[in-house]
Design a protein around this ligand. Structure first.
Ligand code: ADP
Length: 171
């Protein structure tokens, strides 16, 4: 297991020791439910204003903004695939993680926290989403030497256990 990769229960909007948090965004980069709602509420209205010129984004894409009222330096906004609609969904989901890590690396950010992209309103089954997320991060990290820590933040205990078990099964 990579010492740089960890899975925790928590709220993605409350990760004060992390440089950049990842948003499970919608194409218009507007606030919404789930992760996007939590991050936009905590960041304040400046975040939507900063997002406006960057929208719309396509499935698999990642863009970066300031973090405003959040306790982080930046937010990376990723549009995950809608399960059963945006295909090939596993590749598009992997693109999100790869693009987010490469963007963080280019911006010199040493720590990044991800939610389970696409595993809420977008309907991706959590176990499959965990496997794609963790394998992609493990494959991409060797190309991102500046990233010292990757944290998966899962909202509930069951999801955190599933991510942890998946991570251990990859070793
Ligand atoms: P998507 O639209 O990409 O499916 P969602 O925001 O609906 O994104 O959900 C993605 C995952 O994040 C789901 O597993 C959901 O339970 C979880 N989640 C929702 N709110 C938070 C939060 N504040 N912190 C961490 N995870 C969250």
């Amino acid at each position: 297991m990579s010492a740089r990769l960890e899975c925790q229960q928590g709220d993605i909007a409350n990760q004060p020791d992390i440089d950049v948090v990842v948003n499970a965004a919608n194409a218009q980069l507007r606030t919404g439910g789930g992760v996007a709602g939590a991050l936009h509420r905590a960041a304040g209205p400046e975040l939507e204003r900063a997002c406006r010129p960057l929208a719309p984004i396509a499935p698999g894409q990642a863009v970066i903004t300031e973090a405003f009222g959040l306790p982080n330096r930046h937010v990376i906004h990723c549009l995950g695939p809608v399960y059963g609609h945006d295909r090939p969904e596993a590749e598009l989901l992997a693109d999100c993680y790869r693009n987010a890590l490469e963007l963080a690396e280019r911006h010199g950010l040493a720590s990044i926290a991800f939610p389970a992209l696409s595993a809420g309103a977008f309907g991706y089954p959590l176990a499959e989403a965990a496997r794609v997320a963790l394998t992609t991060v493990q494959e991409t990290l060797p190309r991102c030497p500046g990233i010292e820590r990757v944290r998966f933040v899962l909202f509930d205990a069951g999801s955190a256990t599933l991510f942890q078990d998946t991570l251990e099964s990859l070793d």
